[in-house]
Design a protein around this ligand. Structure first.
Ligand SMILES: C[S@@+](CC[C@H](N)C(=O)[O-])C[C@H]1O[C@@H](n2cnc3c(N)ncnc32)[C@H](O)[C@@H]1O
Length: 336
């Protein structure tokens, strides 16, 4: 359903979520409640001149949709602060945000993040080939992914969503660990002959972020939808999705694809991780284990460890999952 809301924002509401054709700063302030979003993945305009963006890519521009809206360099700092403050407000406590940024204006994004309560989890380097030819300097081949969290809740991080902890490659190296290193090599999709945004994020990258940092049914938001790649990945993994795109040309070019998307349709394409069950999973608790749990929990709390850290350590020690530990602590009235 396409609606105009008495302002210059149009919205389309689908079973998987609502999408807004308008400015994300004023739009989020008006339409997205505080603490309602589980995960934000966003790729803001780069502030390097949208009309020259194609020079970074070696491809046929015929199928690239016109209408990418750039931010003038001198406004980039203030613009970044405004949208990052909105992102901070709409995230749930414990929610995650990934911001994809080039190098030119990275300092503005880092400065804006510093002015919020959001805290750094990782700085990921995304390596790929631009297809740019240079002779007198090194070849630019990476972007930055800033992974931050909103304090105040337990952040989702699905440790074994892609590789089980015990899975190894031919050389005996842990596949799980390798997948979680902070340099990722993922190539752009060239999609010859298909309609696209000027710099669409690859599905492989988005699936990885969504698998680790959200669960089915969670709400995933992209403040700069562009070609709606975040929404496509999120709906495909049976998450709810929302977001903003200021360009009507971009919005109109992709919204039909979103309307046709089958929730969960990408799940069968995912690799199934080989996860070994926890040693004591589904076994009844012994009195001795409960006493150990309560004693260790109190001792560690008193020495300043966070609940999250303690739950992880005691889960390993007792051969039980996180939820089993939380439930047992609640039962013994410890987890206050
Ligand atoms: C780098 S692109 C996003 C690319 C997207 N992640 C994808 O994979 O296609 C940034 C997008 O933000 C849009 N944009 C610029 N200013 C905006 C604003 N104030 N609110 C919402 N969208 C905006 C641009 O038109 C552009 O499509």
């Amino acid at each position: 359903m396409l609606k105009k809301n008495g302002s210059d924002v149009r919205c389309v509401t689908l079973p998987a979520g609502t999408f807004y054709n308008g400015d994300c700063i004023s739009g989020a302030a008006r339409y997205i409640p505080d603490g309602s979003v589980d995960l934000i993945i966003t790729d803001p305009p780069y502030g390097i001149g949208g009309d020259t963006l194609h020079k970074h890519y070696n491809r046929n521009e015929e199928f690239v949709v016109d209408g990418y809206v750039e931010i003038p360099e001198k406004e980039y700092g203030n613009f970044s602060l405004q949208w990052i403050r909105e992102a901070e407000r709409i995230l749930k406590p414990g929610g995650s945000i990934y911001i994809i940024s080039g190098y030119t204006n990275l300092y503005h994004i880092l400065a804006a993040l510093k002015m919020t309560s959001l805290t750094e989890v990782n700085h990921i380097i995304w390596k790929y080939s631009f297809g740019v030819f240079t002779r007198r300097k090194f070849v630019s081949s990476h972007y930055h992914i800033l992974f931050y969290e909103k304090p105040g809740g337990i952040r989702t991080f699905n440790l074994e969503s892609r590789y089980g902890l015990n899975e190894k490659n031919g050389d005996g190296r842990s596949l799980n660990n390798t997948d979680r290193e902070d340099v990722w090599q993922i190539n752009r999709e060239y999609k010859p002959g298909l309609v696209k945004n000027k710099n669409e994020l690859p599905l492989e990258l988005l699936l990885k972020l969504i698998q680790y940092s959200s669960n089915e049914g969670d709400l995933v938001c992209d403040l700069f939808l562009g070609g709606f790649s975040t929404a496509i990945a999120a709906i495909g993994l049976n998450r709810r999705a929302t977001g903003f795109e200021i360009s009507s040309a971009m919005f109109d070019a992709r919204i039909c694809e979103i309307e046709r998307m089958e929730p969960g349709s990408l799940i069968p394409l995912l690799r199934a991780p080989a996860i070994q069950p926890r040693k004591n999973q589904r076994k009844a608790w012994t009195d001795e284990d409960i006493r150990y749990l309560v004693r260790e929990f109190k001792k560690r709390r008193a020495s300043g460890e966070t609940k999250k850290e303690i739950i992880a350590v005691l889960g390993d020690a007792l051969g039980r999952g996180r939820w089993a530990i939380i439930k047992a602590l609640k039962k013994s009235a410890c987890n206050k």
